[in-house]
Design a protein around this ligand. Structure first.
Ligand code: MN
Length: 253
């Protein structure tokens, strides 16, 4: 079995379409949606497109999908609340119920790799920050009790691969909101090896669709996430600092 791992699409339908077109040219048996596909400007269209993939699609939920689907979840930041409300209104009750129904993990046997555990943040929580710079001790702790040969995560929006205690950990990257310093849709193709992929798409068209969507602060969001994305080095430093300050981002409660 060969598997395409699509993580952190964040309502970027245009990036998703480009990746799906590329997947059609590869002999891919399954598509794993690794969470955080729904929260973003074109939330409903993105969810519907993914559900239309049918049996090949294996969904798991990310923290942002979970937060959207939880009516009791809110935030202190008024701008973030506005984005949350917008996406919830777009999605409506049926899609939010779909998000609530999703598992936290998917396990598949992949040709040449063995048993692969797909999760969002880490195997232990959808909030955990794992990066290329995460101390080896915490990375090993995050894998404690996992018996898969390969773990695929996302959540921090930059691609990397690390080997720890005889296991391979892969960040698939982000399709819709990558922090790679260069626009594009980033994902991973698994089987027989682990291949990080970058698919080109028209980010100007995607940015125009964001601005037309009514998403709060859409122009700024498009600039920061599509047109002038942060580099992996900047994002890694930011995330690792966050993991030091907030236990829930480092595998804690
Ligand atoms: Mn996330």
């Amino acid at each position: 079995m060969r598997v395409a791992a699509l993580y952190d699409i964040h309502g970027n339908l245009h990036a998703l379409e480009a990746v799906l077109a590329e997947i059609e040219r590869e002999a891919v048996d399954a598509v794993v949606l690794g969470g955080d596909f729904s929260a973003g400007p074109l939330a409903a269209e993105t969810v519907d497109r993914l559900r239309g993939l049918g049996e090949r699609a294996h969904f798991l939920r990310g923290n942002a999908d979970r937060e959207l689907a939880d009516p009791d979840w809110s935030l202190d930041d008024p701008a973030a609340v506005e984005r949350l409300d917008f996406a919830r209104a777009q999605l409506g009750p049926e899609r939010l119920e779909f998000l609530r129904s999703l598992p936290e993990h998917v396990v598949l046997d992949v040709e040449g790799l063995g048993s692969v555990l797909f999760c969002h943040g880490s195997p232990r929580t959808d909030m955990e920050i794992l990066t290329r710079a995460t101390p080896e001790e915490r990375l090993a702790a995050a894998l404690d009790g996992v018996d898969a040969d390969v773990v695929v995560c996302g959540h921090t929006h930059a691609q990397w691969r690390r080997d720890v205690d005889g296991r391979t950990v892969v960040n698939a990257g982000s399709v819709g909101m990558p922090y790679e310093g260069r626009p594009g849709a980033y994902w991973a193709l698994l089987g027989p090896s682990v291949e990080h992929r970058r698919t080109e798409y028209d980010v100007e068209t995607a940015a125009a669709a964001y601005r037309a969507s009514g998403y709060p602060n859409a122009a700024e969001f498009a600039r920061e996430t599509l047109l002038e994305p942060a580099t992996a080095e900047e994002a890694t430093a930011f995330f690792e600092q966050l993991a030091l300050e907030r236990p829930e981002f480092a595998g804690g409660p």
